[in-house]
Ligand binder design. Structure first.
Ligand code: GTP
Ligand code: MG
Length: 425
């Protein structure tokens, strides 16, 4: 039977009955509330904006406390994500708040959004891995998925930087983006109005999807619709309290006057706090899980080869997909093994051939050397014989000269004797 038919039949079979008295399941919402309270909540904010734009000051102002802050230098070599987790308590509600700073973003041209995207994906991946475990402990799992990205826009009054547009475009399918104009006290009221319109039209033109406060829940539909029209919020943060009248208020004091953070005619800080913390915190958590995480999970599982229905729209069980993938994997492994074996054989053959070539070459060189050596030897022998002959000839000549010398000597020594004999006679 087709699924819609089944659904219709089960709807038809469901009959409305009245109860004879109070049973008690009307306490379910209360049970849910008390369970949630005992469990506590986690909320993770990612702050993206250039160094010194006022991220830490705004966080401190929003939560009315002083978080650890560490100024970032302008000489970071790359964008680095710095998460810090705090346990906050208001009445009996515990909030595990993580503030993640994108340190070094927007300082230099080579600093792009990739580390931010990777960080968001890593948190999704960690959650998915926990979900896929056999022994899951999602109940006390510290969910680090980013619920909202506060994107701090520099109050230039001109237009968005291309880095802002590219970054927001890359992030919009992964996280709820709330754009805010930082240090809004540095821009005049009329300029601010134009700047807001310009930003919204640029975001629209570039297809950047920012977070819209939900209007499907009647209780908050009206306020959310009004607030959507105020985006991006122009905010002012301050660590100082200034006396206005007889009240101490959070403000920034200038020689020409005071900018009150919580004064709605001065800036949109209250609107941001109302929307982010008091009205839509749960929707941001819900959207993160049901929209952004769902998208990541779907892509990831599809990438791993899982699918719900086959080409003929027949449902496929997880078991079937697993078996198919396992077979495919084993086949691939076998193919790879065969390829490796073949590669090894080829390599051995190649090396063998190379060795033979080398041996042949060596042999030829040896032969040539042998020939050269014999030739040299023959030449030396010839030379030796020639020298031997020359030596013999020399010796003969020497003997002849010596004989001649001896004769001459004899002749000269006999001449005075004869002369003496002649004289005596
Ligand atoms: P890094 O973490 O170092 O990137 O800086 P950051 O973005 O956290 O800025 P931080 O909050 O440290 O503020 C930097 C400076 O800007 C401080 O001197 C703040 O007092 C000032 N500042 C913060 N918010 C505002 C604001 O709304 N208006 C004005 N005019 N100055 C502000
Ligand atoms: Mg900071």
């Amino acid at each position: 039977m087709a699924a819609p038919d089944l659904e219709r039949r089960s709807k038809e079979e469901m009959r409305l009955l009245t109860l004879g008295g109070h049973v008690g399941f009307d306490s379910l919402p209360d049970q849910l509330v008390s369970k949630s309270i005992s469990q506590g909540f986690s909320f993770n904010i990612l702050c993206v904006g250039e160094t010194g734009i006022g991220k830490s000051t705004l966080m401190n102002t929003l939560f009315n406390t002083i978080f650890e802050t560490e100024e970032s230098g302008h000489y970071e070599t790359c964008v680095r994500l710095r998460p810090r987790t705090y346990d906050l308590q208001e009445s009996n509600v515990h909030l595990k708040l993580t503030i993640v700073d994108a340190v070094g973003f927007g300082d230099q041209i080579n600093k792009d959004e990739r580390p931010i995207v990777d960080y968001i994906d890593t948190q999704f991946e960690n959650y998915l891995q926990e979900e896929l475990k056999i022994q899951r402990s999602l109940f006390d799992y510290h969910d680090t998925r980013i619920h909202v990205c506060l994107y701090f826009i520099t109050p230039t009054g001109h237009s968005l930087k291309s880095l802002d547009l590219v970054t927001m475009k890359k992030l919009d399918s992964k996280v709820n983006i709330i754009p805010i104009i930082a240090k809004a006290d540095t821009i005049s009221k009329s300029e601010l109005h134009k700047f807001k319109n310009k930003i919204m039209s640029e975001l629209d033109k570039n297809g950047v999807q920012i977070y819209q406060f939900p209007t499907d829940d009647e209780a908050v539909a009206e306020i959310n619709a009004v607030m959507n029209a105020h985006l991006p919020f122009a905010v002012v943060g301050s660590a100082d309290e200034v006396k206005v009248g007889n009240k101490l208020v959070r403000a920034r004091q200038y020689p020409w006057g005071i900018v009150q953070v919580e004064n709605e005619s001065h800036c949109d800080f209250v609107k941001l706090r109302e929307m982010l913390i008091r009205v839509n915190m749960e929707d941001l958590r819900e959207q993160t899980h049901s929209r952004h995480y769902e998208l990541y999970r779907r892509h990831k599982l599809e990438e791993m080869g899982f699918q719900d229905t086959a080409a003929e729209s027949k449902p496929i069980s997880l078991q079937e997909t697993y078996e198919t993938r396992r077979k495919e994997f084993l086949c691939e492994l076998q193919k790879k093994e065969e390829e490796m074996r073949q590669m090894f054989v080829n390599k051995v053959k190649e090396t063998e051939l190379e060795l033979k070539e080398k041996e042949k070459e060596l042999h030829e060189r040896f032969e040539t050397l042998k020939r050269t050596h014999q030739e040299e030897k023959r030449k030396v022998e010839e030379k030796r014989q020639q020298l031997e002959e020359e030596k013999l000839a020399f010796n003969r000549r020497k003997a002849a000269v010596e004989a001649m010398q001896a004769q001459a000597f004899q002749a000269t020594s006999q001449q005075p004797l004869r002369r003496d004999k002649d004289k005596k006679n």
